[in-house]
Design a protein around this ligand. Structure first.
Ligand SMILES: NC(=O)c1ccc[n+]([C@@H]2O[C@H](COP(=O)([O-])OP(=O)(O)OC[C@H]3O[C@@H](n4cnc5c(N)ncnc54)[C@H](O)[C@@H]3O)[C@@H](O)[C@H]2O)c1
Length: 334
């Protein structure tokens, strides 16, 4: 059986390591840029024959669109592994991959520190309501309409989704004197909890001073925070989202920011990226970043290397190093 590899999109830091895979794979194909239509027709015409594993780069969704059933059907039957660069993989239809016997990997762990750093940056920025000051000083107005902010010390931080990034946020927030509570699908072992308190979803909403979203997006978590949930929260709560935009009903967040239920928010992700709700752009009490949680040289290189390690392991030993959790119970079937 031929074991070739396909790279979709560009590599920024690991070109040399990709080329070295030539010693492991039968052939290296590349689809550096283009449109979904071009990709589908090339693939159907047999341009990627014999690919066994593919590397889906960080920005390749703009060239192929989502990895859905249509796209999977156009790829050769020989494809058995999709190695995705990113901790979030909501643009891959994992159940459809599982059905076709394709194993999928993502890049957890490598993203934890950089994304948690951005969560803290946004949290501190939101606690200080920093946006008006950032704007005033650049406009030559010195402090402008300066108002006092809040300390993180002694505030209750609620973490929704205590996985890799959530745990890294908890570690950092503890150093700022925050009290940590969390809600997860499953309670962690006490060793992994590191002193954080496990609470129900409703308790988390009702008792947190700051809420950080760190869970993955899937059909059951879309709009997990909406009008009803805001109503259950403490008045003056601070919301931080570095996970995925559609976890929050953005229109409900805009209303909650306007009526003071939410004191301020720090957001790296949005419901319809790169479009941002006009109510968020206009609100002074929001700190905005353009989805740049992992945007550091070190983390980007680590992520690219982890994808290549997955690809190499797939080709050499039919195993992924960081297979997505949804497939783990089905792993024997893959
Ligand atoms: N802003 C960025 O640049 C950036 C970077 C990396 C990751 N992310 C996002 O952050 C998310 C988290 O990443 P991670 O590596 O920590 O993932 P992870 O899989 O390690 O952790 C996710 C956690 O969420 C929990 N969870 C899932 N559904 C839940 C629910 N309904 N209620 C409560 N908890 C639930 C899971 O049990 C898990 O512990 C990713 O899915 C990704 O979308 C964003």
């Amino acid at each position: 059986m031929t074991r070739s590899a396909l790279l979709i999109g560009a590599l920024t830091h690991t070109r040399k390591e990709w080329e070295q895979l030539g010693g492991v794979a039968d052939k290296l194909y590349e689809y550096p840029s283009g449109t979904r239509e071009e990709f589908l027709s090339k693939s159907k015409a047999g341009a990627f024959e014999g690919i066994y594993a593919l590397y889906r780069s960080n920005d390749s969704n703009k060239y192929t669109g989502n990895f859905d059933e249509e796209l999977l059907d156009a790829l050769p039957e020989s494809l058995k592994f999709i190695c995705h660069n990113g901790a979030g993989y909501d643009n891959i239809d994992v159940p459809a991959c599982t059905k076709r016997g394709i194993a999928v990997s993502s890049t957890p762990i490598a993203v934890d520190d950089a994304t948690a750093d951005v969560a803290m940056f946004l949290m501190l920025g939101a606690l200080r309501n920093i946006t008006p000051s950032f704007q005033a000083v650049r406009q030559g107005k010195w402090r402008g309409n300066f108002a006092l902010g809040h300390d993180p010390k002694n505030k209750v931080l609620g973490i929704l989704g205590m996985g890799g990034i959530g745990s890294a946020v908890a570690q950092r927030a503890k150093a700022f004197g925050m009290k940590i509570q969390y809600h997860n699908r499953k309670q962690l072992s006490s060793e992994k909890e590191e002193g954080a308190k496990y609470v129900t979803f409703d308790e988390l909403l009702a008792t947190s001073d700051v809420l950080s979203l760190n869970l993955s997006l899937n059909p059951s978590t879309r709009h997990i925070i909406g009008k009803q949930e805001f109503e259950k929260m403490k008045d003056g709560i601070i919301i931080v989202n570095t996970a995925r935009g559609p976890l929050i009903d953005e229109a409900a967040l805009v209303d909650a920011l306007k009526n003071g239920k939410v004191w301020s928010a720090g957001l790296d992700v949005f419901e319809e990226e790169p479009k941002i709700h006009s109510g968020l752009l206009e609100a002074e009490n929001v700190v905005l970043l353009p989805h740049m949680g992992t945007a550091t040289y070190e983390t980007q290189r680590d992520m690219e290397l982890l994808v290549l390690d997955n690809l190499k392991s797939a080709i050499q030993s039919d195993k992924l190093l960081t297979q997505v959790p949804e497939q783990k119970k089905d792993a024997a079937k893959i």
